[in-house]
Design a protein around this ligand. Structure first.
Ligand code: COA
Length: 402
């Protein structure tokens, strides 16, 4: 019995030693968190400074008289290009910093930080969003199909309830994507808010003659939309796949070319299907408009749904028609955006790999000693100083760009 207590005391002492190590590790972690916060603030200030100086330079450029000789014109063009490039670089740096949630997310989720601080994780989250849409669309397609065959109120309500939940969830996911730097147009987010409202109106639309007259057309519309959304998934998935490749290939120019040519091919395939969908929305608005008058005594849901379909038709048509020329206009900007994004993804991957290499070598005792010897002289403040110096000393290319 005495022996057992001795053994337990020894075990406790060993556990105590391990606990001291845990405490040291935690203290180091908290120190790093503090450093992280101060580095974040420094980055915010530097970004603000860069934007301020760039605005000043751009304003002076605007007042610049028309260039005298060809060399002046070349310099002017270079300045414009470099300023576009710098904007893309600053945007990419912002992607590694926390951003505030919008009002909508704050109301729904409370004051919680939803920033994803790694570009590769952002791409993964977007991938997850696209998969979520795909799965829900397949379920929606099956349910719309069954509703075409059977006319059961419970099945119909289950489908409409699924639409309310789906669109509501999309608005939340898209707000998180927006906080994380997505360039999703305001209209697409508004579209999903309006769709939530429309599905809510459908849910409370009483079963009667008017609903029965519109029901079949509505289910066919849903089947068509699910198929179009499957095609949209193929397009977005292809873009995401090429985006991931940007972070892996050595010759980035080739993949940026590949990205663009795939995007245009995908768009020209998708656009006719989208326009047919918009025509279907206009047709729904027209059918409901007629239903609001004949047969008589239409419930208010009919005219509200007619208005909502019309709104969706106009908004979708205008935004899609605007997207294509915008893409042509902003070709150079897009190129710099992809370059910066690719570089940042590559850098994070390399950092992750070298960190895991260090972990591996630290787990082997002989190499661990060497690794420890190599890292010991760098104290916390030294490391911070090195990073700060690197952050404040402009690189050659930055000097050139400034
Ligand atoms: N829903 C959600 N996100 C969208 C979107 C949509 N409808 N359209 C574009 N986005 C996102 C893109 O994924 C991209 O995100 P990122 O910045 O995180 O990479 C961002 O918005 C900018 O996209 P953009 O370059 O403007 O367009 P795109 O090439 O990705 O897509 C279309 C262009 C036209 C194919 C796309 O907008 C689309 O599918 N629109 C039709 C939607 C619709 O009408 N649905 C109803 C069907 S009847």
């Amino acid at each position: 019995m005495k022996m057992d207590i001795e053994a337990l005391c020894n075990e406790w002492n060993e556990l105590n030693r391990e606990y001291t190590e845990l405490e040291t590790c935690n203290r180091r972690y908290i120190e790093l968190l503090e450093q992280l916060y101060s580095h974040q603030q420094k980055c915010f200030n530097e970004i603000k400074h860069q934007r301020y100086r760039m605005n000043q330079i751009t304003a002076s450029l605007r007042q610049f008289p028309s260039p005298g000789g060809p060399s002046d014109k070349e310099k002017l063009d270079d300045l414009v290009k470099m300023s576009l490039k710098r904007k893309a670089q600053l945007h990419e740096i912002e992607q590694s910093l926390p951003a505030k949630s919008g009002r909508y997310l704050q109301i729904i989720l409370g004051d919680v930080n939803v920033s994803i601080l790694n570009r590769n994780d952002k791409v993964r989250y977007k991938d997850d969003y696209e998969k979520f849409k795909l799965i829900l669309n397949v379920i929606g397609l099956i349910m719309a199909f069954f509703n075409l065959i059977f006319n059961y109120r419970a099945l119909e309500l289950a489908f409409i309830f699924l639409l309310v939940w789906y669109y509501c969830t999309l608005t939340i996911r898209e707000s998180i994507l927006k906080v994380n730097g997505s360039r999703i147009k305001g209209w697409w987010r508004a579209h999903h808010f309006i769709s939530t409202v429309a599905a809510g109106v459908l849910l409370v639309w009483p079963q009667g003659e008017h609903w029965q007259l519109f029901r079949q057309q509505f289910m066919y519309f849903n089947v068509y939309i699910s198929i179009v959304q499957y095609l949209q998934f193929g397009y977005q998935k292809g873009l995401l796949y090429r985006l991931k490749a940007l972070g892996e290939r050595h010759n980035m120019d080739i993949t940026i070319e590949g990205f663009h040519s795939w995007m245009w091919r995908g768009l020209s395939f998708l656009l006719p299907f989208l326009f047919i969908g918009y025509a279907f929305q206009a047709y729904n608005a027209w059918t409901l408009y007629k239903l609001a008058y004949t047969p008589p005594d239409a419930p208010w849901h009919v005219s509200v749904m007619s208005g909502l379909f019309l709104l969706l038709f106009v908004g979708n048509m205008a935004t899609t028609l605007w997207v294509v020329p915008e893409k042509i206009r902003e070709r150079a900007k897009e190129r710099y955006r992809l370059q910066s994004m690719g570089k940042s993804m590559k850098l994070r991957k390399e950092m992750k790999n070298s960190a895991s290499d260090l972990d591996l070598s630290a787990s082997s005792p002989t190499v661990a000693a060497t690794a420890a010897a190599a890292t010991t002289p760098i104290t916390t403040t030294d490391a911070a100083a090195t990073t700060t110096e690197a952050a404040t000393t402009p690189t050659e290319s930055e000097k050139k760009a400034n």
